[in-house]
Design a protein around this ligand. Structure first.
Ligand code: BES
Ligand code: MN
Ligand code: ZN
Length: 487
């Protein structure tokens, strides 16, 4: 797994400043006032800090932005990073400051002179999140990881284990989502999850024979054209009492060619991220286990590969779901909903969860609607959806509620079976997909479907992630569990 940057925390040692190697970071608010740390660096550097703070460049920085003074006279350090941040920053500005430090520091070691700065834990989290590079398939020797040393007079406000648990979960998700499909096969994915038993998670891998026995004809038809066996992985975290768990369900299509309804060549390689929903669930379970969450949560993944072959499901085939409903597969590229139909049903039958959220890179249509800024949220429960949106807002991860209703549901009615797997038109494509899932949700289960096709992997990167997998949703779901299901 991509390693987190090594971060240590200690008391401020002003005497050490002159001889520190690597980079030094200080924080200066928009008012330009220097704290004790910044004053010491300013004095040693013969007022270079003062001049920088008086410059137009500093005035033009946004909150959380940073500028670099290279090779300052009077200090051993290779540079000073001057971060614009008020002493009592917002969470967002603090995380942005961390992200700016991650980008400015490069391969150099960094000492962060934070003094009595508030929200230092968020600076550290932002730094850890942005300091990610998926280099598993670069043959050049990996660059040694630099270290970051925070010097603070508020050490009691920093829970370093929690920061690692959160960033570690996000990195786990990103690595899975970035991994190509010849490496991250269904079996390899399941093996990586089984390793998390070392963290106290219970992990079961259900193989095809078991899935057949349970009647998962919808899920199985998707993988039947692939040489990789379909699997359902169940991860249980038991940190609460006797109460029923909250359930997280993920679409884990390790590669989506479209099947016989094959996708065009242009951009097909991006479908290596079509297990992004399963990736997020995996990352959240890891975070919950690492921080020993006081809640019961189960993560259930459908792992399949959608390939065309002589054995692949055909358009027009009718399959029977575990629930018993019969589905005409009019388009083999609408495979995610087939996988989820059975996994959602299985999860409810087995666990009777207090609530259920599924994540899936389900439709291109959600990207048309919301771009890469927000995931689509479809829910049968105003309470669940409000609680989720609140957590997303608090973590700064975009999410926007979308509608469900009987009129859309009618669009997937079918002449020859109980339903068909698309609406037969592009109109409301992400809603008809959600309506399909809703048919496999019991009325008593509060449920939300998150269509993350636009946010799971972003070519231009985000504030907290370089180009590629973002890990969107790990922090939100972690907060959602802690805010709603932990004492
Ligand atoms: N995995 C895709 C959706 C997707 C598209 C994810 C772009 C990420 C980026 C999904 O399985 C799919 O192919 N959906 C079809 C549904 C259609 C056939 C009804 C789509 O969106 O075109
Ligand atoms: Mn598809
Ligand atoms: Zn897909």
């Amino acid at each position: 797994m991509t390693e987190l940057v090594k971060m240590t925390y200690s008391e401020v040692d002003l005497e050490a400043v002159a001889t520190l190697n690597g980079l030094i970071a200080i924080f200066v608010g928009a008012d330009g006032k220097l704290d004790t740390c910044a004053r010491r660096v300013n004095t040693l550097s013969r007022k270079a800090v003062e001049r920088l703070v008086a410059s137009d460049a500093f005035a033009g920085l946004s909150d959380g932005g940073a500028l670099r003074l290279a090779f300052p006279a009077g200090l051993a350090a290779a540079g000073i990073l001057v971060v614009k941040l008020s002493r009592r920053p917002t969470q967002e500005a603090a995380r942005l400051a961390g992200a700016a430090l991650a980008q400015e520091k490069g391969p150099l070691d960094l000492t962060v002179l934070a003094g009595n700065l508030g929200k230092l834990a968020d600076v550290a989290l932002g730094l850890a999140l942005r300091d990610y590079d998926f280099s598993a398939h670069k043959t050049a020797a990996p660059k040694p990881r630099s270290t970051v040393k925070f010097m603070s007079s508020k050490l009691e406000s920093i829970d370093s284990k929690l920061i690692s648990a959160i960033a570690g979960g996000v990195f786990f998700t990103r690595d899975l989502t970035n991994e190509p499909a010849n490496i991250l096969t269904t079996s390899n994915f399941a093996d990586r999850l089984a390793e998390m038993q070392a963290l106290g998670l219970k992990v079961e891998v259900l193989e095809e024979a078991a899935l057949e026995k349970m009647g998962m004809g919808a899920l199985l038809c998707v993988g039947q054209g692939s040489v990789s066996p379909s699997k359902v992985v169940v991860m249980q975290w038991h940190g609460g009492g006797d109460e029923a768990p909250f359930a997280l369900v993920g679409k884990g299509v390790v590669f989506d060619t479209g099947g016989i309804s094959i996708k065009p060549a242009l951009g097909m390689e991006d479908m290596t991220m079509d297990m992004g929903g399963a990736g997020v669930v995996s990352g959240v379970m890891r975070t919950l286990a690492q921080r020993k969450a006081k809640a019961n949560v189960v993560g259930v993944l459908g792992l399949v590969e959608n390939m065309p072959s002589g054995n692949a499901v055909r358009p027009g085939d009718v399959v029977t779901s575990m629930k018993g409903d019969k589905i005409e597969v009019v388009n083999t590229d609408a495979e995610g909903r087939l996988v989820l139909a059975d996994v959602l049903w299985y999860t409810q039958e087995r666990f009777k969860p207090v609530g259920m959220i599924n994540l899936a890179t389900l439709t291109g249509a959600i990207i048309v609607a919301l771009g890469h800024e927000n995931a689509g949220v479809f829910s049968n429960s105003d309470d669940l959806s409000a609680a989720f949106l609140k957590a997303a807002g608090a973590e700064g991860e975009g999410a926007w509620r979308m509608p469900l209703s009987a009129a859309y549901d009618k669009m997937i009615d079918c002449r020859i079976a109980d339903m068909r797997n698309t609406g037969g038109t592009r109109d409301a494509g992400s809603i008809t997909a959600a309506q399909f899932l809703a048919r496999f949700v019991k009325p008593e289960t509060p449920w939300a479907h998150l269509d993350i096709a636009g946010v799971a992997s972003i070519k231009g990167g985000t504030k907290f992630a370089p180009a590629g997998a973002t890990g969107w949703g790990v922090m939100t779901l972690n907060r959602f569990i802690s805010d709603n299901y932990e004492a």
